[in-house]
Each structure stands twice: as structure tokens, then as C-alpha cells.
Design a protein. Sequence first.
Length: 101
Amino acid sequence: MNAWTAQTKADYAALSTALCLCVCAAGLFGEDLVQRGHRQDLVVLAHIAAHPGAEARGIARAVGAPERVVARNLSRLTEDGLVLLVEGDVHPALRSYRLTS
């Protein structure tokens, strides 16, 4: 609303303030999306710490997330060296994981 009234009255300070607020809000929304993935990684990591040898399907059920999301979390955690794939020759949903030593 502030941006619209600023245009009708030629108040460029109000217009620039309104645009700045919009950009900041979009940036905060994007940051929240990025942080959500990291928070989910921590939930998965905590479950594996409590249940060594947990399977991907069981982790997904336990944390209440879709299997594809947990698979993404496990992939990131494995790449970061925090989690070790125990059984890699089975179906991806049946692979088991544990913390690295």
C-alpha cells in the first residue's frame, strides 16, 4: 500500500522504503527455506545417533518426513562425513546408516 501511495504523491523515499522492505522479506523467506533443510539434517542425525544401523525407511517414519526428503538429508550427511552407509548393496530405502567414528 505504501508503494502505491508513494507513486501517486511522488514520494520517492517512501517508494524506496517499500521496495527495500519487499526485498528484505523475500530474502528472509529464502533463508528460512535453506535453514529448514539444515534443521531436518539435524533431526535425522539425532535419530541415527540414538538408533545406529537405522534404515532410511525407518528414519523417514520416525522423523515424520517423506523418504525422498530423508534420502536427501542422508546424502548430505554422508558427503559431509557425519554418517556412514553400512549396507550399500540393497534398495536405497533399506540401506542402513550409522555415525562415523
